[in-house]
Write a protein that binds this ligand. Sequence first.
Ligand code: SF4
Length: 254
Amino acid sequence: MSNIIWSISRIGAWLECPLKAKYKYIDKLYVEMPSEALEKGKKLHDYYDKFYDFYEEDIYDAEEKAINYLGIDEEFQKKYMMHALNFREFVILNDVIPHKRESKYYATDIDGDKWIGIIDRVDKIDDEFVKIIDYKTSEGSLNEVSKNKRIMKADGSLFIETSNYLPQLLLYAKIYELAEKEKVKEVGILFTSNQKELSSKEITQEEIDKNWEEMVEKKRQAKEAMKGPYEPKLGKYCFWCEYKDKCPLKVGFK
Ligand code: SF4
């Protein structure tokens, strides 16, 4: 058994492009990315979490107290004000104190490998079931978890695509169930840039378990990819690749 802790992003990296994954996980070439998106995501997640420390005292002061506590500067506040406003509306509409706030959960699969799920929030539905919630700071209308997309293929036939985030949420549900011995009946996403209402979906134990089996299978493929050869593999993700300057394909996305 290795000491690797598996997550959907680690598996995705190995299956998308073994060379990129090698740079990141074997060579550990951490690139100093001037990534505004990462910084935005981290600060806003901290804010959403901290908001609840003050919310119970006074909702109207909670925003200012959380901002002061985290030391969020004025420029950031102005730029991402909509996220905070949408979040406050969401909190008012869903007058529920989270059962659990941002935490890491761990589980072990049938192969003895360890997994991690970083879950933003868990709400109680009733004495038996909980709902898992993920906050996203990207724009989200096309990826709402409750909506299916109708997509037309080149031959004119239609197929239905579920939210890109559903496998991630189903994986969180399984890890949470294994770690906390509580049952998950619903998952939801809140895209704070442009939404005030949670996009949620009921899920079944069968869906959770089937997704888990698929993830474990993908992890096995990722373990195979880890053995090499570490070939570059072109894809749309090349656009965001931190290592494109090193990539022998010189794909030219800058
Ligand atoms: S640019 Fe694309 S092909 Fe090259 S390392 Fe990055 S992900 Fe792989």
